[in-house]
Write a protein of this length. Structure first.
Lengths: 255, 158
């Protein structure tokens, strides 16, 4: 790993100032994506700004939303997001126990890996991504592979998930990386449904045909293979098939 | 950069680059080579240590991130004369062959006890070991060792 200047700010303003201090900068949350990327020199920041001292962890319910701080670890979401059992179950299935002890919600959402789990929950649960500069709706936030609505240096502070009547996430996980080959999050908002798919395409996306079919009680649609990912793990036809299978599993597991 | 780390009850002051991993400080700076580097990609768990009592993969943590925390490595659990009950259980159940993964497995066992208590089922242990790889044993004796080690910890606590 190439060396860098480490900043440990105690406030959001200081964090943003350190980020803007010159050279390529990166924010460090749990580090469980960033540090491996730095070890393999896919990322070589000049400055690393550690967000651990900002007090951005914790889970609170405000009305019809469950707000989770950006640096809340997966293990703490798994144990503490009781208002949305489907979200807690998703968090309990990320990586492995030691990874869940370090990785964070905000880090995952900011990174927007096309196979990450949290983006599916954020999109299906109509989340609000709150930052040091304002708010983003999930429908506009995720913009394809590793791309989000975050501006340069913008910091996620917390994420507010709309609390559904029932929801569930099903994923076909890669046995080594534990990322989703395909993952489908289904949320029932009292007859209005939201379905989000991760792993299948270049970024998380809503499956409008499935949402309409569930709401109308029609047979579930098939996912077209066009535009789906093809890599060493799975081709587009297989991923399309998995979308339907995971949709069915999620619907059968609604909690 | 100078860092002050609390490791196995001792305060250690080290001067290392910011880009130093916790496992590198443990092994290379302090000579605590019981913590192993297996895959170096957060998969295998050979580098597991406890940070504030919680198991983490020390190959995926900067040592700077562990400042202010209480770090426990395999060297801090027991002595050769008086093994920690979880270590003794690995010995008794033959929960190792080459031994490379064993420090991480013992730490993982303690993490399972932290989360689930001392009365464990083999099924639960097998599931909770998903972040640790062993290339020798087929895991059966590791699972037996953790179940037995957890039970022994209860007896000692009582």
């Amino acid at each position: 790993m190439r060396d860098f200047a480490l900043h440990r700010p105690a406030s959001l303003a200081d964090a943003a100032a350190a980020f803007a201090g010159g050279g390529e900068a990166a924010y460090l949350a749990g580090g469980h994506t960033l540090i491996p990327a730095m070890k393999s020199r896919l990322r070589m920041p000049d400055a690393l700004v550690d967000l651990a001292g900002l007090g951005l962890s914790g889970i609170t319910r405000e009305g019809d939303r469950l707000w989770i701080g950006a640096t809340t670890r997966h293990a703490d979401v798994a144990a503490g997001a009781t208002a949305i059992p489907g979200l807690a179950a998703l968090a309990a299935g990320i990586g492995d126990p030691q990874v869940r002890n370090r990785g964070t919600l905000g880090g995952s959402v900011a990174n927007n890996d096309p196979a990450a789990d949290y983006p599916a929950a954020a999109l299906a649960l109509d989340a609000i991504i709150e930052t040091d500069r304002g708010r983003h709706g999930a429908d506009d936030f995720f913009q394809g592979m590793f791309t989000t609505a975050l501006a340069e240096g913008e910091i996620i502070t917390r994420i507010g998930f709309a609390i559904p009547q029932r929801s569930a996430y099903a994923k076909f996980r890669h046995p080594a990386s534990r990322y989703a080959v395909v993952g489908v999050y289904v949320a029932d908002f009292g007859g209005a449904w939201r379905v989000a798919v991760t792993g299948a395409g270049p970024g998380v996306f809503r499956w409008a045909e499935a949402e309409a079919a569930i709401a109308a009680g029609r047979p579930l649609p098939a996912m077209p293979a066009d535009d789906l990912n093809s890599d060493i793990h799975a081709g587009p036809e297989y991923r399309a098939h998995l979308c339907g299978v995971m949709l069915g599993k999620a619907l059968a597991a609604l909690i | 950069m100078e860092q002050k780390l609390t490791i196995n009850g001792d305060t250690q002051v080290v001067d290392v680059p910011a880009a130093t991993l916790l496992v590198e400080v443990l092994r290379d700076t302090l000579g605590l080579t019981g913590t192993h580097i297996g895959c170096d990609t957060s998969q295998c768990g050979a580098c597991n240590v406890l940070v504030d009592g919680v198991a983490v993969k020390s190959c995926t943590l900067l040592s700077a991130q562990a400042e202010g925390a209480v770090i426990t490595t395999i060297e801090g659990l027991g002595t050769a004369e008086r093994l920690h009950p979880m270590q003794q259980a690995f010995r008794d159940a033959h929960g190792l062959q080459c031994g490379f993964c064993t420090p991480g497995m013992v730490i993982a066992g303690l993490e399972i006890v932290r989360k689930h208590g001392t009365r464990l089922t083999p099924e639960l242990v097998a599931h909770e070991l998903e972040g640790n790889l062993c290339r020798c044993t087929g895991y059966l004796n590791i699972v037996k060792a953790i179940v037995a080690g957890a039970a022994a910890m209860e007896r000692i606590d009582a």
